[in-house]
Design a protein around this ligand. Structure first.
Ligand SMILES: O=C[C@H](O)COP(=O)(O)O
Length: 256
């Protein structure tokens, strides 16, 4: 039985310019009337643009259930942190989500387990749904990936209070070796790891476990409910491809 709702997130990373971001979002917003499963909440969408585009993207999706969020936040509430953006500001603007711990943040910007845990706590304090990215760096067995990812989840939630642990969270399972690749991890790998993470999150009913890493049209159908959704990147840059993934999610979603 597929998880409800089926969650489809997309991060534009730094691929899109400002106008391109708004055009993509306007196209998607205009198509929502064709997606009743989105409008009635059986398929949940969130979009993570670059920071300068967040305000107009919030306006574009203002009368829709589509969540909007940042690709990062800083772990302190305010102060002398030039170039950073606080969770408080994202929440004040109306963001619903914030991405934390993406492989590129770890590899290129020196983020580590300590910063990830601090950022998750700050996000939860501000009622932002963390899109917590986890994944193994090397391509190994599902069992090894499960052990690694469970430890990453435990670390990420280590500063959250028991109440905060019951808040919604999106766990984006993204094997680092499948990000920016030509194709996603195998169905067997994704299914085994997501199942292992689902068991680990048994006491967190508000957690969704979605898969990312070269995900695109066709994958959700092939997974047949073995992940709670997808975290999309390059292969949803074409709005038509994104539409087709929404259609797949709608077909899989629990009937009304
Ligand atoms: O944020 C999205 C993921 O890192 C996946 O990106 P990708 O589908 O372009 O590999």
């Amino acid at each position: 039985m597929p998880h409800s709702p089926i969650t489809l997130g997309i991060s534009f990373k730094m691929y899109f310019g400002y106008a391109q971001t708004l055009t993509w979002c306007r196209n998607v917003a205009a198509s929502l009337t064709q997606h009743p499963a989105v409008l009635d909440g059986r398929v949940s969408l969130f979009v993570l643009p670059s920071f300068p585009a967040i305000a107009p993207v919030l306006d574009i999706f203002a009368d829709s259930p589509v969540g909007v969020g940042g690709q990062n936040l800083y772990q302190s509430a305010y102060g002398a942190y030039t170039g950073e953006v606080s969770g408080a500001m994202l929440a004040e603007m109306g963001c619903s989500h914030v991405e934390i711990g993406h492989a590129e943040r770890l590899r290129l910007f020196g983020e580590d387990a300590t910063t990830v845990a601090a950022k998750v706590q700050v996000a939860l304090e501000h009622q932002l749904t963390p899109v917590l990215c986890i994944g193994e760096t090397e391509h190994g067995t599902p069992a090894a990936a499960i052990a690694d990812c469970r430890a990453q989840i435990d670390n990420a939630l280590s500063r959250a209070t028991p109440t905060q642990r019951q808040q919604p969270i999106v766990i984006a399972y993204e094997p680092h070796w499948a990000i920016g690749a030509s194709e996603p991890a195998s169905l067997e790998h994704i299914a085994s790891v997501c199942q292992g993470l689902r068991e680990h999150m048994d006491s967190h009913p508000a957690a969704s476990i979605i898969y990312g890493g070269s995900a695109g049209p066709g994958l959700l159908t092939r997974l047949a409910g073995q992940a709670d959704g997808l975290f999309l990147g390059r292969f949803a840059h074409d709005p038509a491809a994104y539409e087709s993934v929404i259609n797949e999610a709608s077909m899989l979603a629990t009937p009304r």
